[in-house]
Ligand binder design. Structure first.
Ligand code: IMP
Ligand code: MG
Length: 184
């Protein structure tokens, strides 16, 4: 899709950059309290989590290691088709480590469930989930975030790393994308 077709779509502010910053500070503090000895390995799920993870680690007062995985589901990005594929795995040693998966948003839960399964199979001693956004109304897998920023309604969300057709990731605030782009 080209930018001229996207230009017709309107967006509505949902969460401001100030609210995001305050919430991330709270989440970083909570994580550090919960891991008093060693920090977990933070595994960001690309691409959507890259901005959240960058801001989250900069609120940490202790050194923390990071890695990334990249997953994709077949079919459209808007409506999950139910089949998840690993496109890029971690390069760090996972065996025996405590892992914190860092997601932009949990929707059906299929991506997160796949990521957790992948890391457990690699021998992680624990796998927890930190997500900035949760859209629980469309859940297909029993995924519950251990650290959650905001619960969002059943709308299509963009900005702060989240895209529609690879656009809008750069926006500093979080918006609802309007004009019928999202089948519910
Ligand atoms: P799930 O597998 O359905 O839970 O979806 C997870 C992935 O789908 C997220 O990591 C996002 O990349 C993408 N996604 C789900 N909902 C939205 C949304 O509202 N806006 C942008 N991306 C979304
Ligand atoms: Mg994602």
């Amino acid at each position: 899709m080209n930018s001229s077709s996207n230009a017709k779509r309107t967006r509505k502010l949902l969460i401001s950059r100030e609210q995001i910053a305050e919430t991330i500070k709270r989440m970083a503090n909570q994580i550090q309290e919960d891991y008093p000895a060693d920090m977990p390995l933070l595994v960001g799920v690309l691409k959507g989590s890259f901005i959240f993870l960058a801001d989250l680690v900069r609120q940490m007062q202790r050194p923390v290691e990071i890695d990334f995985i990249r997953l994709s589901s077949y079919g459209s990005d808007v409506k999950s088709s139910g089949s998840v594929r690993l496109r890029m795995g971690v390069s760090s040693l996972v065996k025996g480590k405590e892992i914190l998966v860092v997601e932009d948003i949990v929707d059906t839960g299929l991506t997160t469930a796949y990521a957790s399964g992948y890391l457990r199979r690699k021998g992680a001693s624990s796998v927890k989930l930190c997500t900035l956004l949760d859209k629980p109304s469309r859940r297909q897998m029993p995924v519950t975030p251990d650290y959650l920023g905001f619960t969002v309604p059943n709308e299509f969300i963009v900005g702060y790393g989240l895209d529609f057709d690879q656009q809008y990731r750069h926006l500093p605030d979080i918006h609802v994308l309007e004009s019928g782009t999202h089948e519910s």
